[in-house]
Design a protein around this ligand. Structure first.
Ligand SMILES: Cc1cc2nc3c(=O)[nH]c(=O)nc-3n(C[C@H](O)[C@H](O)[C@H](O)COP(=O)(O)OP(=O)(O)OC[C@H]3O[C@@H](n4cnc5c(N)ncnc54)[C@H](O)[C@@H]3O)c2cc1C
Length: 359
C-alpha cells in the first residue's frame, strides 16, 4: 500500500526506480494471478476462491497481475466492510464535510464543456447554459469521457480509444414483499467453467452461458435497508463492456441474466422470488454509459492491466492544461470507492501544492 497505492507517481523516475526493484519480487506484477495461486493450491475451487476478487477491478484472474492477490488477502485479513446506512451514506458524509468547509454544490445539470485558453482551463459551460469561471478544475467524470467529450479534440482523446477497458455488469435491484432469512448478506456463485466465464466476458464481450454472479442482501446487516417483513436484494452479473458495433443485444442479455439469477436462487430454496418482486431497477452497460458517462459502459473505468497501472495510468494532471486535474477510477490507483478516495487525496495534495494554497 505504501509503495504502490498510497503514492502519487508524477515523474517516471518515481515509478521506474531502483528502489522499487524489490517490488517486482514482492508483489509479483509479472506473474498472472491465477497461475500464481497454483503455487499454493491444487484444487481449482480454491484457486477460484482466491482469485475471483479480480472482478472487483473489472479484470480476469487469467490476465491480472498476481499483485491483486492483495484483494483476497484484504478480505480475509481485514474483513468486508459495510458503511452503516448503505454505500450512499459515504457520499452524504462527504457532502456534509465539504459544505461545512464552504463548498457549494450545483445539482441537476451536467458539465457540457471545459473552457480552455492556451495552456490553461478557465471554467465550465453547464448543460443549462450557465458558465462558471475557475482557477483550476478537478474532473471526477470518467477520464476518457472528459478527453473525448468535454475538451477540444486532441491526440489524447484518440489514445483513449486504444486503451483497454474493464468489464461491465448487469445489475438488478429488487424490492420484495417477504423476507428470505436463508439468504446471507453476501452470496457468490462461481461458474464451474471458471476460465470460460472470464474468456466470454473479456474476449467475447458477452454474457457467459453460466456466469459467476454475486447476490447482496443488505437488510441482513442493516435492518433499515428494507421495511419490516420485506427484503431488498441486489444481483450483479459481470458481462463484457460495450463493443461499439451495436451487435450486442442488451435487452436479450438482461432477460437471460435475470433468469440465470432466478435459477441460481431457486437452488437456495428461493424459487418463489419472481412472484414476490414489488419493483425492480436494473442497469446494463448502456445504462452505465448513459447515466454516468462511463466510456464503453465499463463499470470499473480504464482496465487495470500492467500497462495501465501506476505511472502508466493516465496522470492526475493534464500534460497540456496546467490547471486541469483528474480524480476517480480511471486515474491511479484505480477503481473501488476506497481506491477512488485515495486518488482524490493524491490530487488534492498536488493541487494545494501547485496552487500554493494552505500551509
Ligand atoms: C454494481 C457495482 C457495485 C460496486 N460495488 C462496490 C463496492 O461494494 N465497493 C467498492 O469499493 N466499489 C464498488 N463499486 C465500484 C465503485 O462504485 C467505483 O469504483 C467508484 O464509484 C468510482 O468512483 P469515481 O469517483 O471514479 O466515479 P463515480 O462514482 O462514477 O463518480 C463520477 C461522477 O461524475 C458524474 N459525471 C459524469 N459526467 C458528468 C458531467 N458531464 N457533468 C457532471 N457530472 C458528471 C457522474 O454522474 C458520477 O456521479 C461498484 C461498482 C458497481 C458498478
Amino acid at each position: 500500500m505504501e509503495k504502490l497505492v498510497n503514492r502519487d507517481f508524477r515523474r517516471a523516475s518515481e515509478f521506474f526506480s531502483p528502489v522499487n526493484l524489490p517490488l517486482l519480487y514482492q508483489i509479483k506484477p509479472l506473474a498472472k494471478h491465477y497461475d500464481h495461486m497454483a503455487r499454493y493450491f491444487d484444487q481449482p475451487r480454491l484457486k477460484a476462491a482466491f482469485t475471483f476478487q479480480d472482478v472487483y477491478m473489472g479484470l480476469s484472474p487469467f490476465e491480472a497481475p498476481a499483485t491483486f492477490s492483495m484483494m483476497p488477502y484484504t478480505e480475509l485479513a481485514h474483513g468486508v466492510w459495510y458503511p452503516r446506512g448503505g454505500m450512499y451514506r459515504i457520499v452524504e458524509s462527504l457532502v456534509e464535510l465539504a459544505q461545512a468547509a464552504g463548498v457549494e454544490f450545483v445539482y441537476g445539470t451536467a458539465v457540457a464543456q471545459i473552457i480552455t485558453q492556451g495552456k490553461a482551463v478557465r471554467g465550465v459551460v453547464l448543460a443549462d447554459g450557465r458558465t462558471l469561471q475557475a482557477d483550476a478544475i478537478v474532473a471526477n467524470a470518467d477520464l476518457p469521457y472528459v478527453y473525448q467529450n468535454l475538451l477540444p479534440p486532441n491526440g489524447i482523446a484518440g489514445q483513449m480509444k486504444r486503451k483497454r477497458y474493464s468489464c461491465s455488469v448487469i445489475s438488478f435491484f429488487w424490492g420484495v414483499d417477504k423476507t428470505y432469512p436463508e439468504l446471507p448478506p453476501h452470496t457468490l456463485f462461481l461458474a464451474d467453467d471458471y476460465r470460460g466465464n472470464f474468456d466470454s466476458i473479456i474476449n467475447d464481450l458477452a454474457l457467459p452461458q453460466t456466469p459467476s454472479l454475486y447476490i447482496h442482501a443488505p437488510a441482513r446487516l442493516d435492518s433499515a435497508m428494507a421495511p419490516p417483513g420485506e427484503d431488498t436484494i441486489t444481483a450483479i452479473v459481470p458481462v463484457g463492456h460495450l463493443d461499439e458495433t451495436g451487435e450486442q443485444d442488451w435487452p436479450a442479455m438482461r432477460a437471460q441474466a435475470r433468469q440465470i439469477v432466478f435459477d441460481r436462487l431457486a437452488g437456495l430454496g428461493m424459487g418463489d422470488l419472481p412472484a414476490h418482486i414489488k419493483f425492480e431497477v436494473n442497469y446494463t452497460p448502456l445504462s452505465w454509459r448513459k447515466r454516468y458517462n462511463l466510456v464503453k459502459g465499463a463499470t470499473h473505468g480504464l482496465g487495470h492491466n500492467l500497462t495501465q497501472l501506476g505511472y502508466l495510468r493516465p496522470h492526475n494532471r493534464d500534460a497540456h492544461y496546467h490547471n486541469l486535474y483528474f480524480v476517480g477510477a480511471s486515474t491511479h490507483p484505480g477503481t473501488g470507492v476506497p481506491t477512488a478516495l485515495v486518488s482524490a487525496r493524491h490530487t488534492a495534495v498536488r493541487l494545494l501544492e501547485e496552487l500554493e494554497i494552505g500551509d
